[in-house]
Design a protein around this ligand. Sequence first.
Ligand code: GTP
Ligand code: MG
Length: 309
Amino acid sequence: MNDIALWGPTGSGKTSMLYAFGARMVEYENDPELMQNNYFSYQIYESGTRLLDFKSPRHVEATSEPSIINWDFVRRARQNEPKFRISSHYHRITMVDDRGLATVNMLSDPEAYRPTLENIAQASSVVILLDYTLLSDTQNNQAAAERSSEQQNDASNQNSSPSPKRTFSKKEYYLMIQQLAGIFKQYVKPRKIAVCFTKVDNLGAGFDQMEPERLIRSYFNTQTRNMLGLLNSLGDQSRTEIRYYCVSTRIRGDEDNWAPLNIEYPYFWILGSLEEEKITAAANKSLFGRLFLNQRLNYYIPYPQPKPR
Ligand SMILES: Nc1nc2c(ncn2[C@@H]2O[C@H](COP(=O)(O)OP(=O)(O)OP(=O)(O)O)[C@@H](O)[C@H]2O)c(=O)[nH]1
Ligand SMILES: [Mg+2]
């Protein structure tokens, strides 16, 4: 199963991220500058039928129940040569987008939140959202200060209506990731983990170009708790790969138009790996295939990557 599960507290931008990714794929279809260096078209269909029409950001609402979204993702070459054919793929992907509250509460109360926990633990890829605007102990963090007044810990209201946003101290955020790491250790399986430092648009221009590790270190590390070190240690587990991104779903102040930053790259990494695995698995079916595997992989055209920093 190609499941991509999202983990992040209420309001960290999980649902926005999914739709911003879809919107970004539409940009890849239509933007002449993007198309210049890109020989592929990317399309997302809902359950094998409808080509998805991505709404503008103001339509994203707080998630009120677990959403299991089945997408057919098609990467199709605009040209017909072997290297393009070998790089054209169709994927059936399941996006697992739960309520932030459930992804947080499953850590301390696994029994009550068993379905959420299973969905995340069993997913072959997990996108972890680190939202610095939810930190309560970051100096000059206006957004966080405003939200802390609405702080509420909702335990009684498990299965209904969207939950209010709450803030976290750096220590609390660290402890959540530590508990999440414990779940990954318990449910051993090959896993890709994309850690996204979100809402970089709030930090101002140029921050999307920064090294995500640096942002994580400066916003989430404390004197005694090394968040980046903890995240890196997830990658020490066998068959677990981890990568870091800084992303944003939109430019602040512009409510009507998507202007996502880097949002496609975690998904491109995951999809690209799936394609290389597919090519390898197909080749391994025959001696002939095995002989030419390296050649085929050399032909394969990788997805666009974030600009080197
Ligand atoms: N500035 C900024 N705001 C964002 C970004 N991504 C999401 N938001 C805002 O954050 C709020 C919450 O976004 P959602 O996508 O609903 O968050 P969620 O993680 O799905 O929340 P739950 O479903 O409640 O768990 C919305 O008001 C979004 O517009 C971003 O990259 N930058
Ligand atoms: Mg949501």
